[in-house]
Write a protein of this length. Structure first.
Lengths: 578, 256
């Protein structure tokens, strides 16, 4: 019997008043906090008789330390940072400036270099960074500015004024933090510490990809349009130490093609952090049709391709991580503000999938939301009307200039790679337009096929179906990789992967899809074990302590019965240096 | 009771450790946390204060980053903090660390000084005991139970193989605490917020330097153990092989 996590009921929760609560201390949340602080400082300098206080502005971060749940390649387009902190380059942790870039198309054992680098992938002027170190640095600025960052506290659910489900009238009144000290039966332990109800004038959701509060809000207020559903990819990353001379510091390489077939969306990145340290990873679109596909295996497969093998062989994998990213772009952006709330960054689709970059957009969205929040604090009006300034500001900013022209980019690939490359090429010439209306986009899990509709031969995919075994040197099984993610959770707590109906997993999914969770999870959380307790003879076992908080299960589960909620704050991966 | 808790900041347990250039310590680009036994020492101090009243003061020695462990302690309920702040404190051996702490609290009279029984990084298990010697106080180590009595403290010590020892000490005294003596509390949001306004006294290197001497211990070389596997074939008749295997397991491997 699995007990799932839910807030403990019928207890007196401590309350705390707040002006602004930012849920999530990533690039978007930290930029938002910092911009807000700048505006308050500016105001206070000019208005000695009407001072604004920062005492009640808070950032919630579920990781034990800021940055430990942040994962990206990462390349930083410095545009927004130069606006936020002019001259930031002199003090920010930057590994290298991009000096060289190339794109390859891989077939089974060959790599063909694109004669020219497609303009969107030209990265000169961008920086190779560790997003973990970068965000840690940003948070030091935020704390030095006098804003409190609560690390080890997750936003477990949003608080609403009433039962309204209408986006125009519903009001978010704050957020509840996670209950701490709950045992695996869901009972309070001796050191139980109830989650707080943070009553906020403005609640800002900056949780990153598929945020749980953002999901709660999206579902409750029906913010997402079925035909413009968010689509995602899952990025699997390893950090490798390699012999010098193979990749230059600041070199950027992208690949398309193998091991994926033309039916799946995805590709690899290789970023030279130093002469001997390289970030290598693979993004697989979470809209594949074969439920046996294992994105972690796709990446392992990629490393066995001669192109990657030459780069990595004899080196040493030192860190691992996995995280989803939203691909949908401008057309899948939900409503981003309402009464008392705004959404930033990845949670609100601020990512350019054509350029494979989102950090700069996350930062910019945080800055714009901060400007709106500041005006609201000043006027004392946090209504949807006032906060809609945020969307207006986004529309007027370079975010729209950047995202609108590529709005149909990912959608072009829904019929495969070749079709997509032709369409994307045409869009490039036509400033983003299709030959018809804008593309529609259904949720990726809808494309997954039933097990009995699949070719027994795997359609040329057999090499990445099912879990990778790994050779322990170049390739790894998931458990070895998870070990290198530094993931740690309190063992004695309820399962935070909340499954609405286990009967679907144990009986229906076994037959229909063959339990794809055991393949798509890059952290081996889901395991199917033999049992006599179910009709099918199979039962789902959840190793929640392995969870790297990537959200793949929440996104890709074909029945949409998995709800990822934050475990006890502080638990999760440790992406130090990633 | 006026209680001092000595806390050390150590690399996180799951931090990827790499040796520094000179091979004498690790590279410092990792995340840090409170040394685990010290967290239990703090919890025990807070519980004693809750039972008997008084004050809990926390102290650490280390660079600016180590202020984090003091903030955490203040958030959990400590009343004030003392930070011996300088990068140089990291290089001190146990004796000098104990001297520095003793110098920093020379003006104060604590009824009880507690600390973890050892640090997760160096694992020397000396600082607490040396501090007692320097201050001229009685001490007891590996404590898993503290009871205040009329004359002082009734203590439970953990020995090997499931044995315990009970000792009585007068106060003031120094105790080194074993992990698991209690159940750690979580810091609350309001605690974290209030911690910002609690007093934190910084002590500079120069203030305690006169009390220090040359390190008595230092790390010469640190290296990653090389994994090796050796296979030995034992030939001969079955009875003979069995006898040799048993002998090996008994005398060399010492597993039976």
């Amino acid at each position: 019997m699995i007990t799932f996590r839910k807030p403990i009921e019928d207890i007196d929760r401590p309350q705390m008043e707040a002006d602004v609560v930012i849920i999530g201390g990533g690039p978007a949340g930290m930029a938002c906090a910092l911009r807000l602080s700048q505006l308050i400082d500016e105001h206070n300098a000019h208005h000695p008789d009407s001072q604004l206080s920062k005492d009640n502005i808070y950032v919630l971060e579920k990781a034990r330390e800021v940055g430990q749940h942040c994962l990206s390649g990462a390349l930083l387009d410095p545009r927004s940072m130069r606006e936020l902190l002019p001259g930031f380059e002199s003090e920010a942790p930057i590994d290298a400036e991009v000096t060289k870039e190339s794109v390859y198309f891989l077939s089974k054992d060959k790599a063909r270099k694109f004669p020219i680098v497609p303009p969107p992938l030209r990265d000169h002027g961008n920086y190779v960074i560790s997003i973990n170190k970068f965000v840690k640095w940003l948070s030091e600025k935020v704390e030095a500015a006098g804003i409190t960052v609560f690390t080890g506290f997750a936003g477990s659910e949003l608080l609403f004024e009433d039962d309204s489900r209408d986006a125009d009238t519903a009001r978010v009144t704050g957020v509840r933090t996670d209950d701490k000290g709950v045992d695996k039966q869901g009972q309070p332990k001796a050191n139980f510490e109830p989650g707080y109800d943070l009553r906020a004038k403005i609640t800002i959701l900056a949780e990153g990809t598929r945020g749980n509060c953002a999901k709660q809000l999206t579902e409750r207020l029906e913010l997402e349009d079925f035909y413009h559903a968010q689509t995602y990819g899952v990025g699997i990353k390893e950090l490798w130490e390699i012999p010098a001379g193979r990749v230059a510091k600041g070199e950027v390489i992208y690949t398309l093609g193998y091991p994926l077939t033309t039916k799946e969306y995805g590709g690899a990145w290789i970023y030279g952090i130093s002469d001997t340290l390289v970030s290598v990873g693979y993004v697989t679109g979470l809209d594949y049709e074969d439920p046996r596909t294992d994105p972690h295996h796709v990446f392992q497969d990629f490393k066995e391709h001669p192109f990657a093998r030459h780069l990595l062989e004899g080196g040493k994998m030192i860190r691992y991580g996995a995280k989803t990213l939203p691909y949908g772009g401008w057309l899948t952006m939900p409503r981003i503000s309402g009464n008392g709330w705004m959404i930033l960054g990845d949670s609100a689709s601020f990512l350019n999938s054509q350029r494979l970059k989102g950090i700069h957009l996350a930062i910019k969205s945080g800055m714009l939301a901060a400007e709106t929040a500041f005006d609201a604090l000043l006027s004392g009006d946090n209504s949807a009307d006032t906060l809609s300034e945020y969307k207006a500001a986004v529309d007027k900013s370079w975010i729209k200039d950047e995202l609108f022209p590529v709005r149909n980019f990912h959608q072009a690939f829904e019929h495969g790679l070749y079709d997509g490359m032709i369409k994307a090429g045409l869009q490039q010439l036509m400033h983003g337009s299709n030959l018809g209306p804008d593309s529609k986009n259904e949720a990726g899990y809808l494309r997954m096929k039933h097990a009995d509709a699949l070719s027994p031969y795997g359609d040329g995919r057999h090499h990445f179906l099912y879990n990778a075994k790994g050779d322990g040197k170049l390739t790894f099984d998931r458990l070895t990789d998870v070990y290198h993610s530094g993931t740690r959770h309190e063992d004695d707590q309820p399962v935070h992967l909340v499954i609405k109906d286990l009967d679907i997993c144990n009986n229906r999914c076994v037959k229909e899809f063959g339990n794809p969770c055991q393949y798509f999870c890059p952290a081996a959380v889901y395991e199917i074990v033999e049992t006599s307790e179910t009709h099918s003879g199979k039962q789902l076992h959840i190793n929640f302590a392995n969870c790297v908080h990537c959200k793949t299960c929440d996104i890709m589960d074909p029945y949409q019965i998995v709800n990822w909620v934050p475990p006890e704050g502080g638990g999760g991966p440790n992406y130090d240096g990633m | 009771m006026k209680i001092l808790v000595c806390i050390k900041q150590v690399p996180q347990k799951d931090a990827p450790l790499k040796l520094n250039e000179s091979g004498t310590w690790i590279r410092e680009d990792v995340s840090y946390e409170v040394n685990e036994p010290d967290a239990y020492a703090l919890e025990e101090a807070l519980r004693q204060k809750e039972k008997h009243g008084g004050e809990v003061v926390v102290i650490t020695a280390g660079p600016a980053r180590s202020q984090q462990v003091l903030r955490e302690a203040l958030a959990k309920g400590a009343d004030r903090a003392i930070h011996l702040e300088d990068d140089k404190f990291v290089q001190l051996d146990s004796t000098n660390t104990a001297r520095a702490i003793a110098a920093a609290v020379a003006e104060e009279n604590f009824d009880l000084i507690v600390t973890g029984l050892q640090s997760d990084d160096f694992g020397a298990a000396q600082t607490g005991v040396l501090l007692a010697e320097i201050l001229g106080l009685p001490h007891a180590t590996i404590i898993i139970g503290i009871e205040k009595t009329d004359s002082g403290l009734h203590l439970k010590r953990e020995l090997e193989a499931g044995h315990y020892q009970y000792v009585d000490l007068p106060t003031p005294a120094v105790l080194t605490i074993q992990s698991g003596i209690n159940k750690l509390r979580y810091a609350s949001l309001i605690g974290i917020k209030q911690a910002k306004n609690k007093p934190l006294r910084k002590v500079a290197w120069a203030e305690v330097e006169p009390k220090l001497s040359k390190n008595l211990q230092q790390i010469e070389r640190l290296y990653v153990p090389v994994k090796q596997k050796k296979t030995e074939m034992i030939d001969g008749p079955a009875a003979e092989v069995a006898r040799k295997v048993t002998e090996y397991l008994k005398n060399t491997a010492r597993v039976i």
